[in-house]
Write a new protein. Structure first.
Length: 331
């Protein structure tokens, strides 16, 4: 594939505006070191040296889009609490709009990871799952109705906390189709799914399950290229989508588009330290590529390069435009 054309596409990311809909999370990292075991219980004692708060979950998709040079907005819910304010501040730090953030009585979701000597010691979550109240849902639908035409692509980022539900997706499909008719633009719909919710996503442009999720959705155990193709075909039939991009870790990616053969893309990762957030990077880069006018396979290749960078970092990481350029130069 022509490296120069891929670079030109990355340059065009700056002209794109992407909407991310999904479960917003604050990722809290507590960094430290371990030199002894607690006398109270057989657990390590972590001497805390640093703490970091980052945009996580669906908000990490936005962080990747902004880092890669695109514009992005979120539609999701936050709590009336200090972590909700933190998320708003983190959005301000990347100069992202906050009009799509809807306040809710339930707490902002927080994932706390304690990391020592580069290894995660423990993770604990503070969250309340389930569908939001009808009032909160209506505010989200109103935002989508008012702003969807402003965007060049839409990402649904499902972390199974409840924001992505059948009611919201019914409204979204209606609004996407209406916007396409009114604007004459394709408005790609990219879905990073949870298998239990796959029936919500019928008609998506492309869906991006990982290998495990693809096995669950398709009910085909992926053990070789033949079963990989069978799984991808089963997912396409089940969801009636244009494309299926299965992310496969060290095995790279596999793309099946409507009317085309299965294409496998070898991994670009040199070292794998942490896969946290890699799916967010894939969804973000894929959407940017499609919004910039790339074909699905070109967008998948760019996403593969970006994922190869992010898994070489520890923590919920993002990829910069310059890093993506550098890895394209290495090809």
């Amino acid at each position: 594939m022509d490296t120069e054309s891929l670079k030109r596409a990355v340059d065009c990311f700056a002209k794109t505006n992407i909407l991310v809909i999904g479960d917003l999370i604050v990722d809290q990292f507590i960094w430290g070191s371990v030199s002894r075991i607690s006398p109270e219980a057989p657990v390590p004692v972590v001497n805390v040296t640093n703490e970091e708060l980052l945009l996580g979950g669906s908000a990490n998709v936005l962080r990747n889009i902004v880092s890669l040079g695109g514009r992005c907005a979120l539609c999701g819910i936050i709590g009336n609490d200090s972590m909700g304010e933190t998320l708003v501040q983190l959005m301000g730090d990347v100069k992202a709009p906050v009009e799509g953030l809807v306040r809710s009585s339930r707490p902002t979701t927080v994932k706390t990871r304690v990391v020592a000597q580069g290894q995660q010691v423990v993770r604990y979550d503070r969250e309340q799952t389930g569908s939001p109240s009808p009032e909160v849902m209506q505010k989200m639908v109103d935002y989508l109705g008012d702003h969807l035409a402003d965007f060049d692509a839409v990402i649904v980022s499902d972390y199974a906390k409840g924001v992505i539900n059948s009611s919201l997706m019914e409204h979204l499909h209606t609004l996407v189709n209406r916007t396409r008719e009114q604007t004459g633009k394709p408005l790609p719909l990219i879905v990073d799914p949870k298998p239990a919710h796959v029936h919500f996503f019928s008609g998506a442009t492309v869906i991006t399950p990982n290998n495990h999720e693809a096995t669950l959705i398709s009910e085909v155990e992926i053990v070789d290229e033949k079963s990989l193709l069978a799984a991808a075909r089963a997912i396409r039939r089940k969801i009636n989508c244009q494309g299926v991009l299965i992310t496969r870790g060290e095995a790279g990616m596999a793309l099946l588009e409507q009317g085309r053969e299965l294409v496998t893309v070898p991994t670009m990762a040199k070292e794998v330290f942490d896969v946290t957030g890699a799916g967010d990077t894939v969804a973000a880069t894929l959407a940017l590529g499609l919004a910039a006018g790339c074909s699905m396979i070109e967008s998948a290749v760019l996403a593969n390069h970006a994922a190869g960078i992010v898994v070489g970092k520890v923590g919920t990481a993002s990829v910069s435009r310059l890093e993506l350029f550098a890895t394209l130069d290495d090809v």
